[in-house]
Design a protein around this ligand. Sequence first.
Ligand code: ADP
Length: 865
Amino acid sequence: MPIANNQQEEIEALRSLIEETPDPVGLYVGREMRIQLANKAIKQTWGKWDVVGKTFREVLPELDEQGFYKLLDQVYTTGELYEAKQQEVVLTIDGVPKLFYFDFAYTPLKKADGTVWAVLNTAKDLTELVLARQRLSEAEARTRFVLDSVGIGSWDLDVVNRLVWWDDRCRELFGLTNTDIIPYEEVFKFIHHADRFMVDAAVNDALNPAKGGNYNVKFRTSGVENDKVKWLHCQGKAYFDAEGKPYRFSGIAQDITEAVASEEKIRSAEQLTQLAIEAAGAGTFFIDMLNNEMIYSPSLGRVLGGLEQENISREQFVNFLHPDDTDKRAKAYEEGFKTGKLSYEARFIWKDGSIHWVKTLGSFIFDPDGNPVVLMGVSMDITTEIEQREEQERLLLLIENTNDFISLSSPEGFVTYVNKAGLELLGFENIDEAKRPNMDYIMPDELPKLQEQINPSLLSEGQWSGHINFRHFVSKEPIPGYGTTFLLKDRYSDRLLGRATIFRDLRSEMASQKALAESEQLFRGITTASPAALWMSDDNAQIIYVNKIWIDWTGVPLEGHLGEGWLNYVMAEDVEKASAKFLSDFNGRKFHESHFRIKNPNGTERWVVCTGNPQYNSDGRFTGYIGACVDITDQKQLQQQKDEFIGIASHELKTPVTSIKAYSQVLEAMFRRNGDEQKANMVLKMNTQIDRLTNLISDLLDVTKIQSGRLQFNHSYFNFDEMITELIEDLQRTTQRHKIKAEIHPVGEVYADRDRISQVIVNLITNAIKYSPDSEDIIVKAELNNKEVEVCVQDFGIGIDEDKQPYVFEQFYRVSGDKQHTFPGLGLGLYISSEIIKREGGRIWVNSVYGKGSTFCFSLSQNRI
Ligand code: ADP
C-alpha cells in the first residue's frame, strides 16, 4: 500500500519520528524566526528545553552573536538553501560555553506562491562522531526509545461472545488499568459520548462481510479516572468464515492526541517531514503480518538505495538483502517472535551494486494466540558507523593484544584504562585496581622525574620519552623500562582529552644484554688463553679481529692486521700464495687451509698453518670466516732435519748397495759358469731384492732432490712409442697373473727426459699390478691429442675412495685401511711421479671407484721447446 493513500497517518508517524530522531531538527517561522518545532535532539544540543513559541534570538543569543541569525535571515529573504560542513558552533549550556561541530542546513520552506514561510534547520552533530562508539550506543538507545514510545496497543474482539481482550498499552490508552477482558459494551464507557455512536457504527461496518472487514476510526476517550481526554486512532480487520460469519476481529490503537492537536500546523508539514527524515537518514515501515503487506516511508527507499520512487513489496525488499545475511535476518525474526522486539544488522545490496549496512529495529504486535499481526520498525544506514566500529575494534584489539603496557589517563594524570599486557605487567587483577593516579605507577624515587621532566615536557612538547622505573603493584619491585607519554587532543577542537602512555619492560632485554656482555668477556678470555691465533673476517674477506696470540707473533697491534693489513706481516715470498689461497677458499665458501711464514719486526720467522670456516647467521646469511692459525715452526724444522737425514742416509746407503749389487752379479756369473744352478738362482733372488733396495734408495734420493730443488732433467728427442712398448714388455715379465694390454696410437718423437718419463710410467704400471691382486687385465693407453701426449694406466683392482683421491700424490701418503699392510710401499712413487710431470709442465690425475679399479693418467706437451 503506497504511503499517499494513508497520508495523515504517515504524517503522524513521521512527526513522532522527527521528535525522536537522533539528529537535531528545528523549524523557525516568519522573519522573526519563531520556533515552531524543535525536536529532542536539537533541544538537547542547545541545552534549552522551553523553546517552542519563542524566537531564535531569545533562545539562542550566543548564536546570534556568532552570526547565525544573520544567516537564517538571509535564507528567509533570498529563499536560497544554506549548507555548512563541520561548522564550529559555541553553545552556552547551563551557562557554560561549549564547542561543537556540525554539518547543518537551513532550508527555506515555501508556500504555493513561492514566498518563504519558515526555515527548516537540520543538522548533524559531528562532535559526537569523534567518539564513534559512544555515539553508536546512544543512537541505538534513542532508536529503541523511538519504538517504545510509538506506544501502540493491540486488541481483539471475540465476535461470538462479544468480549474484548486488550493489552496493557491499550488499556492504558483508554484509561483503564486492571482487567484485560471486558464485555464489548463496556468499552464504550471509555469512549467520549460524542463519538460512541460513530465507533459502534464503524465496528458494525467492519463485521459486515459485504463491506470488506476494514476498520479505521479516530475518536476521543472519555477521560475516566482524572485522565484527560485523548485522541485515539484504531485500526483493525475482521475475518470471515466460508459462510460469511465473522470469527475474528482484531487490531491496534494508538494515541494521536498531539498530532490531532497540532493538525493545523502540520498542514504544510509534508515537505518538512520529507526533509527531516532525510536529515535523520532513517526509514520507517509498517508490515501487516497477516497479508504480508508493507507500508514504508520514502526515506526507507533511500536507505535501501534509490528505491524511493518504487513501490516494492516485502518480498522484493528481502531480495535486496545480502545473501550471506539472510540467516541473520531469519534468526532475528525467530527471536523477535519470542520477545516481541526485532533487531538486526544486515547488508543490503543497492541497485548500483554497492553494499550498505542497515540496522533494523522493530516491535511486533501479537494476537491473543501469540501470532504476530503487525510489525512496525525503523531501518537506518549504519555503514559509516559499522566502518568506524570495525576500525575502532581493530585498534582496540591491537592495543589489547600488544605486549607493551598501554594506558590512558585524564589530562590530570588519573589512569582510566590499562590494556591486558599492562595489567599483567604491574600485577593488577582487574581494571578497577588500575584506576589510580599515575604517580602510583612509578617507583617513589622517580617522582622528581615526573615533576621536573615529564610534566614540563608534556606541557611544552606535548610528549615525553625516556627510561623510567615502573613499580609492580603487588611486590613493589621496580620494573625498569622505556616509556613514552603524550597528550591526546580532540582532532577538531584541539581540546585536551587526556594522556596516553606506552611502556616497554626492558628487564629481559637488559638481562640478555648482560648475558651478552658476559659471554663476550668469556669469549675474549678464551681467545686470549688459546694457544692458537684466532681470526675473524667479515663477508668481504676483510679481517675484523685477531687475538692476542697473533699480535704477539707479529709484534704488531690489532689495527695493523685489520682489513688486508695482516698480509704485511706475511713473509714476502709467501704473500702471493697466502693471499690467493685465502681469496679462492673464501670466494668458494670452502674450508680454508694455508701454510705460510710470518715475520716479527725483531727478526723471528714462524711457519703457520691457518684454517678457517665460513660462518652463517640464523637466517642463513653468510657473515664471514672464523679461523685459527697454529705455529708449526717446530714441525717444519723437524721435517727439515728428517729430510736432511733421509738425504744423507740414502746417499750413504747408495755406495755400499751398488758394490753389493756388483759383487752379487759377479757371484751369480761364477756359479753359473761352475754349473751350480741352485746357488746361481739363490744369488739371482738376492739380486732382485737388491734391485728393490736400490729402487727404494733411489726413491728416497729423488725425494731429497725434489725438496732441495736438485732433481736433474736431461732432455732429448726420443721415440715415445718404442719406449712405452719396451717398458710394457719388461714389466709383463715381472708378473704371471696380469695381462698388460697396450693400446698405443702412435705418438712418435717426443722431447723430454726419457728416463724420468719412463720412471713415471713404470711407477703407474707397477702400482696397477700391485693394487689389483685379484684381477688380470691392465690397460695402457697412449695417444696424441692436440700435440699433447696422454698416457693412462687402467686397472680393475681395489680402487681408491673418492675422498682419499686428492691426497694420493702427496709425499708419504698411503691410503690407510685394512689392506694397507698387504701392499708394501713408502707412499713416494706417486709423489715423485707428480713432481716429475709438474716439472715437465704436464698434468697428472686419477679416476677411481672404490672396489672397481683406478685409472691414473698424465699428459705432456709433445714438444716442450
Ligand atoms: P706406495 O708406495 O704406497 O704404492 P704411491 O705413492 O705409489 O705409494 O701410492 C700412494 C698410495 O696410493 C698407495 O699407498 C695406494 O694406497 C694408492 N694407490 C696408488 N696406486 C693405486 C692403484 N692403482 N689402485 C689403488 N690404490 C692405489
